[in-house]
Design a protein. Structure first.
Length: 187
């Protein structure tokens, strides 16, 4: 630990019998301090967990072509196509005609589009059990963050029925043509 050297110089006294103050050397042994540091490092390494990245689980169904698909009522469907520069192309129904553009902004954004579609369904006096169906599609230029944002919008707006689908060639053609396609997409 710590020790002090208190040995007197033996032998003759210099300086005519005057008593001089003793010079003591102090020496601190740091070995226990190093041991304590390693114990603390080991303790915190074993007790703390590394931050795990938060991931949203998303289970996609297998693609089965022979499966009988349930027909949906066309007036309930809203298609959202995530595009480059945080833009969203959208259209109602199953035909990619008359694409409109919106963004994720708070004013006149995608949330307003979803609420407008929900209100339109209510105003047309469809049965209360009929709710909006949103089909989410993204182009190759869309960012992954856009998909996360649109899934958040589904939660915020209370949309219970939505699906993530591949964008069709007809829809890509409609985007290139500025909003209209030449043919009707396959159902």
């Amino acid at each position: 630990m710590a020790e002090m050297n208190t040995s007197e110089s033996g032998g003759k006294k210099k300086h005519g019998g005057k008593k001089r103050s003793k010079k003591m050397s102090t020496k601190v042994d740091l070995t226990p301090m190093v041991d304590l540091a390693f114990l603390l490092i080991t303790f915190f390494m074993l007790t703390t967990t590394l931050n795990k990245p938060n991931a949203m689980g998303l289970v996609m169904p297998k693609k089965v072509e022979d499966e009988v698909k349930e027909k949906v009522k066309e007036y309930l469907v809203l298609n959202l196509i995530l595009d480059k520069d945080n833009q969203i192309q959208y259209y109602e129904g199953m035909t990619a005609i008359g694409l409109k553009t919106t963004t994720f902004s708070k004013e006149k954004g995608v949330r307003d589009v979803i609420y407008a579609k929900m209100n339109k369904i209510r105003k047309e006096k469809h049965p209360a059990e009929e709710k909006i169906i949103v089909l989410i599609k993204n182009t190759d230029e869309a960012k992954y963050n856009n998909l996360v944002d649109i899934l958040d919008e589904m939660s915020v707006t209370g949309v219970k029925t939505y699906a993530i689908q591949d964008v069709q060639k007809v829809e890509l053609q409609a985007i290139k043509n500025g909003g209209s396609a030449d043919i009707v997409p396959e159902k």
